[in-house]
Design a binder for this molecule. Sequence first.
Ligand code: SF4
Ligand code: SF4
Length: 447
Amino acid sequence: MKRSFFGLAKPRFAYDSPDSVLTPERIPTPKKATIYYNRPYRRTDALLIKPGDAVKTGQKLSVYADDPGYAISPVTGAVAYVSAYQGDFGAACTAIHFDVAETEEIDDAFARAAGEATLETLKDYLAHIPGNPPLEALGEDFHPRAIVINAMDPDLLVLTNQQVARRNAALLTKGVSILKSIAHGAPVVVAMPKSLSRAAGGIGGASGAEARLIDDAYPAGLPVFVLKEVLGEVVPAGKTPLDIGVAVFTAEAVAGIAKAFETKQIPVTKTLTLIKKDLSQTMVEARIGTPLKDIFAICGVTLEDRDRIIIGGPMTGATIYSDEYPVGPDTDAVMAQDSGDVSLVSDQPCTNCGECVRICPANIAVNMLVRFCEARQYETAADEYDLRSCVECGLCTFVCPSRIPIFQYLRLAKYELNRLEEEMDKTAVEAETSAEETEETAEGTDA
Ligand code: SF4
Ligand code: SF4
């Protein structure tokens, strides 16, 4: 953080952008692996995978009979068991656990389908590759207004996408060409940090996409700010880039798409940034499903009582409670924090110092908003204090001298509000259906 000599100017938080390639630590394939499938666990006959089922690396797994989605096995071996898992805010998932075999076999279904890089093939096989491309959310007849490839990382101290872009310029160029071929003539723009200006020129020139440099001050790498910078588009409050017809892919996902078609194999190795207790960074390459404890052991991270493991970076990451947590396609960073560095939250009242208001990039009256979120008045927070305009950058929490966990209150408020709205929609649909049934019954009686 750089503070201005003049006290009223906002402090500036610069992204880390090393101008060299950092050699990644390669983690061996684990003996046991786990993936989280983004559907609630149901202990029913609908479950299609059973303990003992053999799997190959890159094999598509249909998990529930009535669900068109799929998971990808990151290893060769057998399904050990399937269980429930609760993610952030109790989000229900299905955890699939694998026993890993000594010898690896690659599933060949993708190789047979990979002759042509169509949207259908991408959606059918590559929705869960490292970098989590937003393929599942794209409609069958996807006509974007633009595709943006973001080579910036979402949080401070995280280097994953910058390093992937620096190391894999040729793959990124090829991936950009593939995305151009499914974009129906819409512009494809590559957003790069200034430290990658040479690579940006090369990728833009070779692929025919437009390459744009973005600011190196946080939170310029968050998708909504990237869109504003490179397309001049403002994402409305509460909407996502996809809602306005812009698909944002990470550099890692685009390089992964290219690699998939080059090797005819679905990529299953994730690049991530390990941020150690001294805030030094190590690049890591680990198989999806690898438990974090394997990475810590190989990279020399020792965890003591009360230390924290954070998935993500220091501004927006979330704490987890176990080092058994597996690497996922979207695990861009893992942070080990010493118990002595854990910033404690407090129940001190807001002093109205205005620091959060000054720093907020969405220009929200955060000091007022947080009062309503603390009091669980989520609808007032949304209707009168711009809750939905929050872009979840975490800066307000960082600067708050009263140590109020503002960002965490706001995330919880958004989650609760979405849940309430879903329940209200469901109740309205049920009431409408019930009214229609009553009407039909009355008509039948009259007849
Ligand atoms: S997290 Fe805080 S600073 Fe960031 S946009 Fe939301 S309210 Fe503003
Ligand atoms: S930074 Fe903290 S103490 Fe200051 S106005 Fe915002 S919430 Fe209140």
